[in-house]
Design a protein. Structure first.
Length: 557
């Protein structure tokens, strides 16, 4: 996703790389007494018999246990003692560390800090934090776990703590701050479509959604703010559409009530499904209205279901097929090329396992997810053809959805040559999430793009996004035929067994650089339900995301 440490920790290009070495383990007591060092001490001093007047060499190589121990102990003991300057001096970004550690006491009102290291792994040192939040006569304890990483400065050779705001608290992104005070936004009581209260304890996936609802509707819902310790987002986090987050409530405010479109039955089922598969996310919609009925993520931090930015792989072929049919470049029951290879823009594309279909129809190529059947049409398309199709028919890639909470609305950039060809099969620069791809299936099922929403626009009078045109009846009929055939006889057939009625589906597998297995995608509809899911690094979509989506379509029947 390229989104900072939520997907992979963001590294500064001028920082030293993390290298090995092990610190001590604590054998008793809080604080930092009781270290027991193990695993090799510091390397012997660099000396030569005749180099007294030579410039000392910069130390290189793996960090020793003593070096990791020294840097970590200096940083943690200084922080615990309130010696901010000394703690910051041990990091590789002293100004940023100074600002955040100063604010820890001054703005967050955290006192009596006790930091206890855990068992290290190489240069990474976990530690627990105990503190007291005190504000205007009210105090509450705060406990949490964090970690730091010791690295070697390549210029000086000295060990340093690699600085990220997450060292201070794991919910902090770089540029965020901790603040205790009267919250600027009142709390909200979110309820489902049946009036039942939605809580993070009940639905673990919805923590970030509740944060977003509070940010959007806290003041409008008529509540009164309380006193809280909060993560206040900085510029970069706001650009990523992250909401402020409450870490501790000292005095409760009076919440206003916000009604959502969530189905308690489907939300509970979605939570159960993603719990079975690591790195999975899923969304369920009602095509006839655009209402979001469920959204869940196996990981309970960043909301991949709504805000993920991932290549959708072959699920993108639903949009591409509508384009090819409209332009007369493909027809469901007409013969269509599916060679082993097709070269375009200097890239040689191939199918999974290098298969080919001789004399087959476009429907057969769609059902088996033949890449070259789509890539071979690239020479007859303009660079912006796919972008316009996504925007004009499916309402994507315009950054204008008003769901009620922050979302990423898909991206289909204008590209040329090989990248444009790759976009036709959901690679290249195309980026989507389960919300986007559930909307694609919903558009096919209903024949009209209806922007998904979590809170009815009647609540605040906001305007929902619209598409500028619909597919012709002929194109829509063929697209439904393609998805129906795939659900019955193609790559989606195994997952869709037992899903009856008006159904359609498409699988996808998206390759990711440096990842052994592709991200598995699946999007489908059944009657007035549409859903999509992704399992990151899971493998083929039919085997991973498919069962999750199919189970929810069955549940919602």
């Amino acid at each position: 996703m390229g989104k900072r440490r939520r997907v992979a920790e963001r590294r500064r290009t001028n920082r030293p790389a993390v290298i090995g070495g092990m610190i001590a383990v604590v054998v008793g007591g809080a604080g930092f007494a009781g270290y027991v060092l193990y695993g090799g001490g510091a390397a012997a001093d660099d000396r030569t018999s005749s180099a007294a007047d030579q410039k000392p060499k910069v130390r290189t190589g793996p960090l020793s246990a003593k070096e990791v121990d020294g840097a970590a102990r200096t940083f943690l003991t200084s922080w615990q003692s309130g010696k901010v300057a000394q703690a910051a001096a041990v990091t590789d970004d002293s100004p940023a560390a100074t600002a955040l550690l100063t604010g820890y006491a001054k703005d967050a009102h955290l006192k009596g800090v006790t930091l206890t290291p855990g068992t290290p792994t190489g240069g990474k040192v976990p530690f627990s934090v105990k503190a007291t939040v005190s504000y205007k006569g009210t105090s509450k304890p705060l406990t949490y776990d964090s970690s730091l990483t010791v690295v070697r400065n390549t210029a000086t050779g000295k060990p340093q703590v690699q600085w990220h705001s997450a060292v201070v608290h794991p919910d902090l992104e770089d540029g965020d701050t901790l603040v205790t005070g009267e919250a600027g936004t009142p709390p909200v009581k979110a309820v489902d479509r049946d009036g039942g209260e939605i809580t993070e304890e009940k639905y673990p996936s919805l923590g970030s959604v509740l944060d977003g609802l509070r940010e959007k509707y806290g003041k409008k819902a008529g509540g009164k703010a309380g006193v809280e310790l909060q993560v206040i987002r900085g510029k970069e986090s706001k650009a990523d559409k992250l909401s402020d987050k409450t870490l501790l409530t000292l005095t409760k405010g009076t919440p206003g009530t916000v009604k959502t479109t969530l189905s308690p039955t489907l939300q509970a089922a979605a939570e159960a499904q993603v719990a079975k598969k690591a790195k999975s996310s899923v969304v369920v919609l009602r095509p006839s209205t655009g209402e979001i009925l469920a959204a869940a993520n196996a990981s309970h931090g960043f909301n991949v279901a709504f805000q993920g930015s991932l290549a959708p792989g072959s699920t993108m072929k639903v949009i591409t097929s509508s384009l090819l049919i409209e332009k007369g470049l493909a027809s469901a029951d007409k013969e269509h090329p599916c060679p082993k290879y097709f070269t375009y823009g200097g890239w040689k594309f191939q199918n999974d396992d290098k298969f080919e279909i001789k004399g087959g129809t476009f429907k057969a190529s769609f059902a088996r997810s033949c890449n070259t059947a789509f890539i071979s049409q690239a020479p007859d398309l303009d660079n912006d053809s796919l972008t316009k199709q996504a925007q004009q028919v499916f309402g994507l890639s315009m950054n204008n959805w008003a769901v009620g909470v922050p979302t990423f609305d898909g991206s289909v950039p204008v590209q040329s040559q090989a990248q444009m060809a790759a976009s036709l099969i959901g690679q290249g620069g195309v980026r989507m999430n389960p919300l986007n791809m559930a909307s694609v299936s919903a558009t096919v099922e209903s024949g009209v793009f209806r922007q998904p929403y979590l809170v009815s626009p009647d609540v605040d009078g906001r305007k929902l996004a619209t598409a500028s045109r619909t597919m012709s009846s002929g194109t829509l009929s063929q697209l439904r035929e393609l998805m129906s055939y795939t659900a019955a006889y193609g790559t989606a057939a195994e997952a869709m067994q037992g899903v009856y009625g008006n159904v359609g589906a498409k699988t996808g597998s998206a390759e990711v650089d440096g990842q052994k297995k592709p991200n598995g995608w699946f999007t489908a509809y059944r009657g007035d339900l549409a859903a999509a899911g992704v399992v990151q690094a899971g493998g083929h979509g039919g085997d991973t995301a498919g069962p999750i989506v199919a189970a929810l379509l069955k549940t919602g029947s």
